[in-house]
Design a protein around this ligand. Structure first.
Ligand code: ADP
Ligand code: MG
Length: 279
């Protein structure tokens, strides 16, 4: 029997996969989501979502996708890792994503085929094409230049391609070095870690989403305070620490996660560090 069913839950509450059904709308996440939705609907071009490792960028990207439910006129495409070897490879990948036949033999052909497609679907069919790029800090200067050119395609009123880049802060410096790139940023938003109250709310939200019964408590208030002190409100760290705490609860047959348990776990190891190293 899994540890979470022992606790009366129906699902694993603190899995670290970026599952939108466990997405807690903190102030920062909700702001980012709302502003992104507006930028996309107004077809403003480039949006930039920045945040440290584990602040929830990938989860936000997946949640955004879910917020445009089979609605007519939008097609979303996601690049999970933009480490392409060449501009040609990047453009070919985009062409395939957008459903453009890839007969193109050169970078220029490929670019033109994509441009033609974006005009066709954007202007003739009023379709909005959205390209989401995760791990944007891996975009090389060449790839940024490619994006800059794609972002030039526009009508008098709107951009033909919507690009949302999710990235760690280090991307900013590189963007500033690409000529005219920052001018194209319509929305720049930085995701901050949660505050103490939001940390408590996230834990509660995820437990309820995993089937915690009304009236049942698994974390004491001092336990939650200790979690905030240890994790500083970073969602990934919170998830990992809570996961370990619930496992310890089952192993030691204790009723609630309290501050001493969290302190003991934190002293044993910094439970998120090995994960962050590979994130
Ligand atoms: N808003 C949120 N609500 C609930 N859990 C979250 C939220 N944001 C992040 N998480 C948790 O933190 C983990 C790391 O988030 P992730 O989106 O992978 O961060 P990033 O992409 O910024 O490194 C997720 O797997 C999820 O478990
Ligand atoms: Mg991520």
């Amino acid at each position: 029997m899994s540890y979470y069913s022992t606790l009366g839950l129906t699902k694993e509450p603190f899995s670290t996969s970026p599952d939108p059904s466990f997405f807690f709308r903190s102030h920062s996440h909700l702001q980012a989501l709302t502003r992104l939705e507006i930028a996309i609907r107004l077809r403003r071009g480039l949006s930039l979502i920045l945040g440290d490792v584990g602040t929830g960028k990938t989860t936000l990207a997946r949640t955004l996708l879910g917020n445009f439910p089979q609605e007519d006129g939008f097609s979303f495409h996601m690049v999970l890792d933009p480490s392409f070897d060449s501009e040609f490879q990047f453009l070919q990948h985009l062409a395939r994503l957008f459903g453009v036949p890839v007969l193109a033999k050169s970078t220029l052909d490929c670019r033109e085929a994509i441009e033609h497609h974006l005009f066709q679907s954007g202007v003739s069919e009023s379709h909005t094409t959205v390209l989401m790029i995760d791990e944007g800090q891996k975009l090389s200067p060449d790839m940024l230049e490619t994006l800059r050119v794609l972002l030039n395609y526009e009508t008098n009123e709107y951009k033909l391609l919507q690009v949302v880049i999710f990235a760690q802060m280090e991307l900013l410096g590189r963007l500033r070095r690409v000529r005219n790139f920052m001018d194209r940023v319509a929305l720049k938003y930085m995701i901050n870690p949660l505050d103490e109250q939001e940390t408590a709310e996230l834990i509660e939200f995820r437990l309820r989403s995993a089937g915690l019964r009304e009236g049942q408590t698994l974390f004491s208030p001092d336990g939650v305070q200790a979690i905030y002190a240890v994790t500083q409100g970073y969602p990934r760290r919170i998830s990992l620490l809570c996961h370990n705490a619930l496992e310890a609860l089952v192993m030691h047959d204790k009723p609630v996660v309290d501050a001493p348990l969290i302190t003991a776990l934190a002293a044993q190891e910094a439970p998120w560090q090995e994960h962050e190293a590979v994130a």
